[in-house]
Write a protein that binds this ligand. Structure first.
Ligand SMILES: [Zn+2]
Length: 325
């Protein structure tokens, strides 16, 4: 990873102070002739003894500890062990931990994996340590939890006009020519040939040729796109629009971004997107109706309260209130 963020550069400098490269003498098994049997044996050994997952997890466990003495030493040992493991298939050599080193490493690594493994490795809360303030764990607080909701109900009704630059498209010789040319070209053998297994043409050249031919008829790509949207989405309700998307998807995306800002707003109450009929409109239709109902009711209540304040209270009631029963 290459970053030039000043905070990260500063933190990296701070954390690598007095850190030197890990050095140790790398051993290897004795030389062997390359035979089919030996190649087979080392392949088997690579599968059996080449697993760095557990050691890497152990390093994560120690790294997650906020303070513990000689944790850096343990990380160094495990790094070395990892390197031996990575090279094991070539070197056929792996050191055996001395007893006191093993118990030192084990003292740290008997804990569960850090809390962020819930996200990194789909662990359950029971399989991880409680959350602490180690750097990776803190990401949980920084990254907002957004629930993606793709239920069609909450997406509202699809409106092809949201894809268009101008909502009114004329019908004339030029628009007819655009529609006809698109129709013939998208059905041509050149576009049919070279499709992948889902039927999507592979050739970018084919798409470019369609775009170029349509721009020769009318040199306004937004207009051409609008004409085709009206034809494919509104008039013909065509099911297959792959070629259209491949040719004009970027223009449609641009139009949508523009339309969302200009034509619609987000309801301040329920968050739904609504068509703006005036610039002052801040709520969707149903929320606006509801809030109008509430404010009418409130006004009514205030009126009644005012009236009753002026109503003369019978003297017996006043007497009861003052003297009790
Ligand atoms: Zn609303």
């Amino acid at each position: 990873m290459v970053v030039q963020d000043p905070d990260i550069v500063q933190a990296a400098k701070r954390n690598t102070e007095k850190i030197v490269p890990l050095y140790y003498e790398m051993k290897k098994a004795g030389a062997q002739p390359i035979t089919k049997e030996n190649i087979y044996d080392s392949m088997i050994l690579a599968y059996v003894g080449g697993n760095i997952g557990q050691i890497s997890n152990d390093i994560s466990i120690i790294w997650n500890e906020e303070s513990c003495e000689n944790r850096l030493d343990v990380v160094k040992l495990l790094c070395m062990e990892n390197n031996y493991t990575i090279d094991f298939a070539k070197t056929l050599y792996k050191p055996v931990r001395p007893d006191q080193i093993h118990s030192m490493i084990h003292r740290y690594t008997k804990k569960k994996v850090p809390h962020f493994f819930v996200y990194a490795k789909d662990k359950t809360e029971a399989q991880v340590e409680p959350i602490n303030s180690s750097p990776v764990n803190r990401l949980e607080y920084i990254i907002p939890k957004i629930k993606m909701d793709f239920k069609t109900q909450s997406l509202g009704k699809f409106d092809p006009k949201m894809l268009m630059r101008e909502s009114i498209v004329p019908t004339n010789d030029i628009t007819q020519k655009i529609i006809e040319t698109y129709g013939t070209m998208s059905k041509s053998d050149a576009m049919k040939a070279g499709r992948d297994e889902r039927g999507v043409p592979r050739s970018l050249y084919g798409y470019q040729k369609i775009i170029d031919s349509l721009l020769e008829i009318c040199n306004d790509i937004y207009f051409v796109t609008d004409v085709l949207i009206k034809e494919l989405f509104i008039r013909r309700k065509s099911k297959r629009k792959n070629i259209f998307w491949m040719c004009f998807g970027d223009i449609v995306a641009e139009n949508i971004k523009r339309n969302i800002g200009r034509k619609t707003g987000m309801c301040v109450k329920c968050g739904a997107r609504f068509y703006r009929e005036s610039n002052r409109q801040v709520m969707c239709k149903s929320c606006a109706a509801q809030s109008r109902k509430i404010s009418n009711r409130m006004a009514q209540r205030r009126k009644t309260a005012k009236k009753s304040a002026f109503k003369k209270i019978p003297e017996t009631v006043v007497a009861q209130q003052v003297y009790g029963k």
